[in-house]
Write a protein that binds this ligand. Structure first.
Ligand SMILES: C[S@@+](CC[C@H](N)C(=O)[O-])C[C@H]1O[C@@H](n2cnc3c(N)ncnc32)[C@H](O)[C@@H]1O
Length: 338
């Protein structure tokens, strides 16, 4: 029987909810699933089978803190996320998150039990009210300079991105997004929160329950790709969704690393060493040249941040590809990679 699928309560650039069914068709019901670039966990949450051994990772500490805190103290996260959209709060909380909040979650890497519900709740609240990329990037009316909080409007203008005065309005569209998003209610599979009904606590508790046994790591992708992570339960499946090559996109992540080529090289090598490993690699057309026994399948993304997708995100939406290692199941539309 198919498991109910869940969704993250926030928008994430490059989120893969639309393609999750194809990824799972290709991977099958793997005994061990690894997702080194987890972001909004769209693929893990779209798993149609009962969970088995699962490990996720993201370099962004706010992401890892949110998932850890949600499982450990769902009520605490809800309490801090439950707040109306207010531009002054958006600016002030952003400044707090990139200074005090950032210091607070530095403990994540050293302490496996550590999480911070206030950082988690404010982060997810702001992510849904903020337009486009840049939440928790440190750019805003109040910024942190040399460890001190200063009024960004008094700083000199430094290039096009500007700072301070260049502040943006919070997201005020009818559709809302993520935690404040007006989305169809899908029972317990629905999104966490929306403006009219407030927080859908049941959906957040369902997410917390789903993630109860998921191992959440916070660091570079390569740390969770070693055989010690996936070898013990077979078959193993790895879904690789690195930030796409930076010359192919406009939106940026808070933590940026140019790892697309290194990830491809790892994937080819890993499958040569362990041919039974099922690997699915996401990228844009032409981004990865894979061996001829790999498959490639085209799919269409929403573009950018879902309904907000414009410009480059929208035009890139038709370029999305998944490369499938030889041990993956065949899926409709798959062709030889080379
Ligand atoms: C394309 S997004 C993944 C989206 C995800 N599949 C989803 O559905 O939401 C890439 C993610 O990689 C993370 N990231 C960037 N560099 C990384 C690195 N070196 N190691 C691990 N994660 C990294 C970013 O924070 C971002 O969440």
């Amino acid at each position: 029987m198919s498991e109910p699928t869940l969704k993250a309560p926030f928008p994430w650039f490059g989120g893969k909810s639309r393609v999750a069914p194809i990824v799972w068709e290709a991977l099958g019901d793997v005994g061990n699933y690894v997702e080194p670039f987890a972001g909004s966990l769209a693929v893990l949450l779209g798993r149609p089978h009962a969970p088995r051994v699962e490990t996720v990772n993201d370099l962004d500490g706010y992401v890892a803190n949110f998932w850890r805190a949600l499982v450990a103290d769902t009520a605490g996260v809800i309490q801090h996320a439950d707040w109306p959209v207010n531009e002054a709060d958006l600016s002030a909380r952003h400044a707090w998150l990139v200074s005090t909040g950032k210091e607070r979650i530095e403990r994540l890497a050293g302490d496996p039990d550590y999480y911070d519900v206030k950082v988690a709740g404010w982060w997810v609240w702001g992510l849904c009210a903020w337009i486009g990329s840049g939440w928790c990037s440190g750019k805003g009316p109040w910024v942190v300079e040399s460890g001190r909080l200063v009024d960004g409007r008094k700083l000199p203008h430094l290039g096009d991105a500007g700072r301070g005065i260049n502040r943006q309005l919070p997201h005020l569209g009818d559709a809302g997004r993520g935690i404040n998003r007006q989305l169809p209610h899908l029972g317990t599979a629905g999104m966490g929160i929306n403006r009219q009904r407030g927080i859908d606590e049941a959906a957040l508790y369902a997410l917390a329950a789903r993630l109860r046994r998921v191992r959440v790591c916070c660091g570079d992708w390569s740390r969770v790709c070693g055989p010690s992570v996936w070898r013990h339960s077979k078959p193993a499946g790895v879904f690789l969704d690195p930030p796409y090559a930076q010359d192919l996109r406009a939106d940026l992540y808070r933590v940026e690393t140019d790892v697309s080529a290194a990830v491809r090289e790892w994937a080819v090598r890993a499958v040569t060493d362990a041919p039974e490993l099922r690997v699915v690699l996401a990228g844009y057309e032409g981004e990865h040249a894979m061996p001829s026994d790999w498959g490639v399948v085209a799919w269409k993304a929403a573009g950018g941040y879902g309904s907000q997708g414009e410009g480059r995100g929208k035009s890139n939406a038709g370029l999305e590809r998944l490369w499938l290692s030889p041990a993956c199941n065949a899926v409709e539309g798959v062709e030889a990679a080379a």
